[in-house]
Design a protein around this ligand. Structure first.
Ligand code: MIC
Ligand code: SF4
Length: 656
């Protein structure tokens, strides 16, 4: 039987297990990436594991999320990260050089290689044939130290692209169409592999818009085969020699197939406040827009900004609408400036930002109260923009630029009919990607050789091994699709404590319930109850670490998002799946007991656990975990587990 492209790359990197869907596999990681808001814990854990040198072919540390450095704590984090990259042997991309996914794509992403990153949009370079996966920081630290990365073998689903995009429809509409069909849970446990005649009609940056936002489907990753377009893209990046031809076998078998006829697509938009609230733009046309932003790791590249610049050339944006462009990388920024496009945009009334995630997580350009923001980003979870009750719509750069010209949401096809000379700007690549040459510090020429820790940078707390009996109140009952932005928000007031867990913990679940942290600390243990897809969104391990610090012992949920569930194991929290009836019946404040020598049962492979509520009724909680995850959980988390193994064997700390 033939292999899918995903299976071929996994096969090449397999160190443990078999490529059977649902079975745990261990894979070798070639490249890792980390960024400023997850990276500090990555390196603190790397240090705590006693590791001394990066073992992967390549490791890259980016500073992209909080580059305005509003507080010395952010600047100290960046300083620490530079010192860690220098000390342990990673590339360091300076603050303002751009978003990790954009800069990695430009400089390091390579077909056929595996990439693990402590950011949920790590799958972005799947658009050029790299198998890239997002994970918690501790998994990245272990992989960087030479350990394997473990996941349950995902189902490989074929997305067959046919036809060609019509005028004004874009790659963003392809992935919004996927979200319309499948929802934010539709990709859990899956890798989407794109094939079909439509693939060759898309340039690499268009493909990476699609693979980037596969994360919003909950997918483990998304990947395209490689072809002339990939080779051409790498050549323009000055890396033609890294091209490798990669295709699935003709007789590859997929778990499922989805067909999208590109020629049927039209401009789409995600309405507030979930990326799967998809409607055609024309259905919300006329909605006044206060703010428009083009940027982010989804649509912040050179070829995303250029169409907007062409649409705005010799035009102006509406006076009551503000428009901001935040390029995804300084390279894109520099190229657009050299070509004169930045001046055109400024003349049209656009504000130009440094290359940063910024507004995507509510850092800068926070929308006004009772206002509407139209953005080319990938997430519009409520409150993520920095204000509760926000109204954030997600769309392509073309729809964003049209919205700024009209001052309201408008289908660009209709605007083009009304406006003389407004044409579909099309998709264009630069002849060569050149610029920002001084913003990456190579490990061969580090500027630091020892760690520099500011006063806000603390240790990573450890948990005790799992108890025989777990008991405590239901501290909070939550709905479906709770995001890690609900658990630990990423806005500036909170983000600056990412390296200070005791302080950060005070904000745990504050977006759901202001008093949560205090109540959790007072109650000396307890449980969280949630609906489906608990922990979707970001990879931030703080969303497991902070509840652990507050004494939470476990989470009872209808289902879990992949990365968050791995993070719960990594920090020793018991993730039990419950059925709908139990979810409906259990109330906040109820006393929960998970009975019968939990620690021993976890180790011995028991899947069903008795959950006793208020000493009145019982339900069953299901533990879906591999033998390895069970050991990690019972030991009190991965840091303790890996250290223990190291002490027993005397070998270098790696996870196996
Ligand atoms: C996000 O888009 O939510 C983030 C901020 O990039 C996160 C990482 C983080 O929380 O630092 C992610 O996607 O993993
Ligand atoms: Fe940055 Fe937003 Fe992309 Fe996350 S989704 S990496 S915050 S641009």
């Amino acid at each position: 039987m033939g292999q899918t492209l995903t299976e071929k790359i996994l096969d090449d990197h397999l160190v443990e297990g078999a490529l059977e869907p649902g079975e745990e596999i261990g894979i070798e990681i070639d490249q890792v990436l980390t960024q400023d808001t997850t990276g500090t814990l990555v390196w603190l854990q790397f240090e705590a594991l006693g590791l001394e040198e990066v073992q992967t072919e390549l490791a890259a540390q980016y500073c992209d999320h909080q580059t305005y450095q509003f507080d010395f704590k952010n600047t100290d984090d960046h300083r620490f990260l530079r010192s860690a990259a220098g000390t342990f042997g990673a590339y360091f991309s300076r603050p303002g050089n751009g978003i990790c996914h954009n800069v990695h794509k430009e400089n390091f992403a390579a077909p056929g290689k595996t990439l693990l990153g402590s950011d949920s949009h790590t799958p972005t370079p799947g658009g050029l044939g790299q198998l890239a996966i997002g994970s918690g920081g501790l998994d990245v630290a272990v992989a960087m130290g030479g350990g394997a990365y473990y996941i349950d073998m995902p189902e490989v689903v074929n997305v067959r692209l046919e036809g060609e995009l019509p005028e004004w429809a874009t790659a963003k509409d392809v992935v919004l169409e996927m979200l319309r069909r499948l929802s934010v849970k539709g990709g859990v446990g899956k890798i989407f592999e794109y094939t079909g005649p439509g693939v060759e009609t898309l340039a690499v940056p268009e493909r990476t818009t699609i693979t980037n936002m596969g994360t919003e489907l909950g997918a483990t990753s998304s990947i395209f085969p490689t072809d002339e377009k990939t080779e051409d893209y790498l050549a323009r990046q000055g890396r033609a020699d890294e091209y490798v031809e990669l295709q699935p076998d003709d007789d590859a078998e997929y778990a499922d197939q989805i067909t999208i006829d590109l020629s049927d697509l039209e401009p789409l938009v995600a309405e507030p406040s979930m990326p799967d609230n998809i409607v055609p733009v024309r259905e919300v046309a006329g909605q006044e827009v206060d703010q428009v932003i083009i940027g982010s790791c989804t649509n912040g590249g050179y070829s995303d900004i250029l169409p907007a610049a062409k649409m705005l050339e010799d035009r102006s944006i509406e006076p009551d609408t503000e428009m901001i462009i935040a390029p995804g990388s300084k390279k894109a920024s520099e190229m657009l400036a050299r070509e004169g496009w930045t001046a055109e945009l400024m003349a049209a009334g656009v504000n130009y930002s440094e290359s940063t995630c910024g507004a995507c997580i509510g850092i800068g350009h926070v929308p006004g109260s009772d206002s509407v923001s139209l953005r080319t980003f990938n997430r519009n979870f409520e409150g993520r923009s920095g204000i509760e009750d926000d109204n954030v719509y997600l769309c392509s750069p073309e729809v964003a630029a049209a919205g700024a010209i009209a001052g309201e949401i408008v289908d660009p096809r209709d605007l083009a009919e009304e406006m003389d000379g407004l044409e579909d700007p099309g998709f264009e690549l630069p002849d060569a990607y050149e610029g920002a040459e001084n913003d990456i510090i190579a490990p061969e020429n580090p500027v630091d050789d020892e760690l520099v820790k500011g006063p806000n940078i603390g240790d990573v707390p450890l948990k005790e091994p799992l108890d025989a009996d777990l008991a405590g109140p239901t501290l909070l009952k939550m709905a479906d699709n709770i995001t890690t932005d609900h658990i630990i928000p990423a806005t500036q007031d909170i983000l600056m404590y990412r390296s200070n867990i005791p302080k950060l913990s005070e904000f745990t679940l504050s977006r759901v319930d202001d008093d949560f942290a205090e109540r959790a600390l007072d109650s000396d243990g307890g449980f969280l109850v949630a609906g489906e897809n608990y922990g979707q969104g970001s990879s931030r391990e703080h969303a497991a670490l902070c509840p652990m610090y507050l004494g939470v012992e476990g989470v009872l949920a209808r289902s879990f998002a992949r990365i968050h569930k791995a993070n719960l194991f990594n920090f020793g929290l018991l993730p039990l799946e419950i059925d709908e009836e139990t979810y409906e019946r259990i109330e906040e404040g109820d006393n929960v007991e998970v009975v019968d020598d939990v620690s021993e049962a976890v180790r011995s492979g028991r899947e069903e656990f008795t959950v006793r509520v208020n000493d009145e009724w019982e339900a069953t909680g299901h533990l879906d975990a591999s033998a390895r995850e069970r050991e990690i959980l019972a030991d009190g988390g991965k840091l303790t587990h890996v250290k223990q193994q190291h002490d027993e064997s005397g070998a270098a700390p790696a996870d196996d």
